[in-house]
Design a protein around this ligand. Structure first.
Ligand SMILES: CC(=O)[C@@H](O)[C@H](O)COP(=O)(O)O
Ligand SMILES: NCC(=O)COP(=O)(O)O
Length: 245
């Protein structure tokens, strides 16, 4: 099965919040993404709800339910408020991200060696609710091999460093680092997701890495949609995923 695309709607929500009313509607853009062939949608409600809001979670669950086989992925730091929203909505997947509240964006993966005892009960609570759990990680095999001990199903490779090196047209070494990390995840029996700063230019080169189940893409996709339109942009991503096989 080709790698699945989950469209991150954070930046649609950011535009929405800038005027204090439901325009643009992220539900409308979720419909556009799913109609254009995305396998799911993602939001990352942060504690300050600067873009995605906790109230968006249930609304997007209702949209996704209209497209059989598609998924809702909720990303975020597992504080109690976040977990209560996720457990109430029961998305298909929850991706746990170790962000501090004031971070401008996600910029690191979990230190599983340090946070294992913190993560285990959180993962267990989500899985008991029937939610697939993914951990946001750096491409570090030393951390990745510890992930199964948390009980998680997947890891999500934090791909900013690959995207940055790809921009420099000097990504061979970084690609090798991600390929090694992905191999460690596969050897540990983990599913592999990936995301952050992936775009129409770098995605095909990243997907040379085998067994990537899902990529979640939002920031670049939203900017690219200013050029090509939202539907066509999603269709371009879907075509890249299908070509990668
Ligand atoms: C975890 C990750 O890399 C992204 O999913 C994150 O959602 C980006 O957050 P912002 O959209 O707030 O930059
Ligand atoms: N987990 C990555 C994600 O959901 C979107 O990241 P980005 O494409 O907005 O950088």
């Amino acid at each position: 099965m080709p790698t699945q695309l989950s469209v991150n709607l954070n930046k649609i929500a950011l535009i929405r919040n800038s005027r204090g009313r439901d325009y643009p509607s992220i539900s409308h853009f979720a419909h556009l993404a799913l109609k254009a062939g995305a396998a799911g949608v993602t939001i990352h409600p942060r504690p300050d709800q600067r873009h995605a809001r906790y109230s968006d979670v249930a609304a997007l669950k209702e949209v996704v339910a209209q497209y059989p086989g598609t998924e809702l992925n909720i990303e975020g730091y597992p504080d109690r408020a976040f977990l209560d929203v996720v457990l109430a909505a029961r998305p298909h997947q929850c991706t746990l991200v170790p962000d501090e509240p004031g971070q401008i964006t996600s910029d690191h993966g979990w230190n599983i060696a340090r946070d294992l005892d913190k993560l285990k009960p959180i993962v267990a609570e989500l899985k008991a609710a029937g939610i697939r759990v993914s951990l946001f990680v750096d491409p570090d095999p030393m951390q990745i091999v510890l992930a199964p001990a948390t009980g998680c199903d997947r890891i999500e490779l934090y791909t900013e460093s690959f995207a940055h090196q790809h921009e420099q047209d000097d990504f061979t070494a970084e690609f090798a680092r991600f390929a090694e990390a992905a191999a460690a995840a596969s050897a540990a029996g983990l599913g592999i997701n990936a995301g952050h700063d992936l775009n129409l230019d770098n995605l095909a080169d990243f997907l040379v890495i085998p067994d990537i189940l899902e990529v979640s893409i939002g920031h670049a996709l939203t900017v690219e949609a200013l050029h090509y339109g939202y539907t066509e942009t999603v269709q371009r991503y879907v075509a890249i995923l299908k070509a990668a096989g």
